[in-house]
Design a protein around this ligand. Structure first.
Ligand code: ADP
Length: 164
């Protein structure tokens, strides 16, 4: 039986913390599906297709990792992809409450689903897409936190915004 896991998130944009988790998962599972949520209610800075494209670029070195966009309930997407395991990341205690709620809700929606958690390398334990966007918006150096194509995309996005 091939072992598959789904790693859902907004990835707005994908950071080195996300990549750290994906690399760990790619060693534990035969296939890792990085599932990029449309998350319209969060009004993401990057469109779904931009976020998918950046995630594909960042994961290009991992042959067993596939990136897909989705715009339905995660439990339904996991069911349609026939993947019974959801991966989420835990950085600090502050993540725990929300992740615990989400894991239990997904179990209510789809009882056969299991959620597992991985922690990133400690250098990424404080890193979030939100912080990266805030630093980039103010022209700060984000090279330690995101891969080059992501840094470039953020630069272009904010310079376009400044011009308009
Ligand atoms: P969401 O909107 O679903 O929280 P995110 O893209 O912010 O989407 O995060 C997706 C998952 O990745 C979450 O489980 C989050 O805790 C985890 N994550 C985000 N940043 C990091 C990081 N630096 N290290 C480890 N996990 C992370």
């Amino acid at each position: 039986m091939t072992k598959k896991v789904i790693y859902p998130g907004t990835f707005n944009p994908i950071t080195k913390g996300h990549r750290d988790l994906i690399e760990r998962a790619s060693k534990l599972f035969d296939h890792v599906i990085v599932a990029v949520a449309k998350s319209t209610e969060k009004s993401p800075l990057f469109t779904l297709s931009e976020r998918v494209k950046l995630a594909k670029t960042v994961c290009a070195h991992l042959p067993n990792v596939h990136v897909k966009g989705f715009n339905i309930l995660l439990a339904n997407f996991a069911r349609s992809e026939k993947i019974p395991i959801i991966l989420r990341g835990l950085r600090a205690v502050s993540d725990f409450e929300y992740e615990f709620q989400l894991a239990n809700m997904n179990r209510r929606l789809l009882p056969e689903i299991e959620t597992i958690f991985l922690t990133p390398s400690e250098e990424y334990a404080f890193l979030s897409s939100t912080l990266v966007r805030e630093i980039a918006a103010l022209n700060g150096d984000i090279s330690a936190f995101v891969d080059k194509p992501v840094a470039q995309a953020l630069k272009e996005k904010f310079s376009k915004r400044r011009r308009s």
